[in-house]
Design a protein. Structure first.
Length: 434
């Protein structure tokens, strides 16, 4: 930055949704990293930026080793907001890959002036160079609440699947065959649902967050492409020299009443197949982080914990480690990305097998998005439960982890559970069989 940032506190609370709609709804390059509607914890970030022409400068940044001077206005003080797609990262890791020509596989916005929202304290700040921060604070304080209703989709449609449910079930059996032969012991098999229509990405995101809020939701737009995400999975967080990852493996729908809901959560917590799948990915992430962390520092902070969201229960674990001196963002990504929760294990063998089975690019889906600070701190979420908007339409990716004990019908149903919410936000339904 040409001038160090300052934080100007707003005189009152402003809803992040109102801030984005009032200040950035028409900006070509804008972001809204979203803790969710009515959130009582976490942070949201709202602003605009300029496309970063040199992604290498982001990768070359050394990860944060210690905190800077005291700062109430959150951990992001400026840097980059954007996404990384799956396919180019798989290729970088040595796997074959098909690239999606419709969208940039990596897109970062350079961000210097933005709004930060602390939901627990109900406080907000404008951050940036002094004159810009003060101007933004005045503009944000003058905003009125955003009470414009979100319209329903105009014309419901049925999404076009990359694979029919029957074809996906056959691919599950091929995954089991690879596991039987010893080429993998877990495979995250994914598919894609396409919608051909004119899509308003911001309206679509507002529908998505209203129906399936999540602590790492987000809306990112750069030119004629956009990402709308209700992600519940934090991929990587770097804070004061510690890196954390929180892989999700295991999903159940919410129940129609309290007793059914509690039974579904307990069945997920005790399910032998789901627990084994989660532990496999925990071991993989421990191995990945050990490549960039001090010897003996990588550990499991939480194992097989059920987290509940409006649409689903998830089985989540937490792995962390102390980063070695001099580790860059690129080093960390090379070690851990693509995420093991979206590949399977062993990682390179899994990605190679999945390349053949899926027969198409994943694109931004199964990648990650979020912020990377100038000080080397970062917070990136997985691109799951997400919509990728491009000229001519949008797509939703979904999948699940396949093990030897997988039941094809249950796996097909899980894909439907994951894709249903994002498709509904687009005004689309699942094809027959899903």
């Amino acid at each position: 930055m040409s001038e160090p940032p300052i934080a100007v506190e707003l005189t009152g609370w402003v809803d992040p949704a109102s801030a984005f709609s009032g200040l950035h709804a028409d900006d070509a390059h804008a972001f809204w990293l979203d803790a969710g509607p009515d959130a009582d914890r976490g942070w949201s970030w709202v602003g605009a930026g300029t496309p970063e022409p040199d992604a290498g400068s982001v990768r070359a940044l050394i990860c944060a080793a210690e905190s800077r001077t005291a700062w109430e206005a959150g951990r992001f003080r400026g840097g980059w907001v954007g996404w990384l797609g799956y396919d180019e990262a798989a290729q970088r890791a040595g796997a074959p890959a098909r690239l999606d020509a419709r969208l940039p596989s990596e897109q970062w916005l350079r961000v210097e002036t933005f709004l930060a929202f602390d939901h627990a304290a109900r406080r907000a700040w404008a951050i940036g160079p002094a004159s810009a921060a003060e101007k933004l604070a005045r503009a944000a304080t003058a905003l009125t609440a955003d009470s414009v209703p979100v319209p329903d989709p105009a014309s419901p449609t049925v999404a076009h699947p990359r694979h029919t449910a029957e074809e996906y079930a056959e691919l599950i059996e091929r995954c089991r065959g690879s596991i039987r032969e010893g080429d993998a012991y877990q495979l995250c098999l994914t598919t894609r649902f396409e919608v051909e229509a004119s899509v308003d990405p911001l309206v679509t995101y507002r529908r998505l967050r209203g129906a399936t809020p999540a602590h790492h939701g987000g809306f990112l737009r750069s030119g004629d492409v956009a990402l709308a995400s209700a992600s519940p999975e934090r991929f990587l967080e770097v804070d004061r020299g510690i890196v954390r990852t929180r892989p999700i493996k295991g999903t159940r729908p919410r129940g129609s009443d309290a007793a059914t809901d509690a039974a579904l959560a307990e069945e997920l917590r005790t399910n032998e197949k789901e627990r084994a799948e989660n532990v496999m990915i925990v071991d993989l992430m421990r191995n990945d982080l050990s490549r960039v962390c001090d010897a003996g520092s990588v550990g499991v902070d939480g194992l097989l914990e059920v987290e509940s969201y409006p649409a689903v229960h998830q089985l989540v674990s937490t792995v962390s480690g102390t980063l070695s001196d001099g580790v860059t963002v690129g080093d960390l990504l090379d070690a851990a990305f693509p995420a093991g929760s979206m590949t399977g294990a062993p990682k390179l063998s899994a990605m190679t097998i999945l390349h053949e089975l899926e027969n198409g690019p994943r694109g931004v889906f199964a990648g990650c998005f979020g912020w990377i600070g100038d000080d080397g701190a970062l917070d990136l979420a997985m691109v799951i439960r997400s919509i990728v908007v491009h000229p001519g339409g949008a797509y939703v990716g979904a999948g699940g982890g396949i093990t030897w004990r997988s039941d094809a019908a249950a796996e097909v149903a899980e894909v439907g559970i994951k894709a249903r919410g994002p498709l509904a936000a687009l005004g689309a339904s699942l094809p027959p069989g899903w």
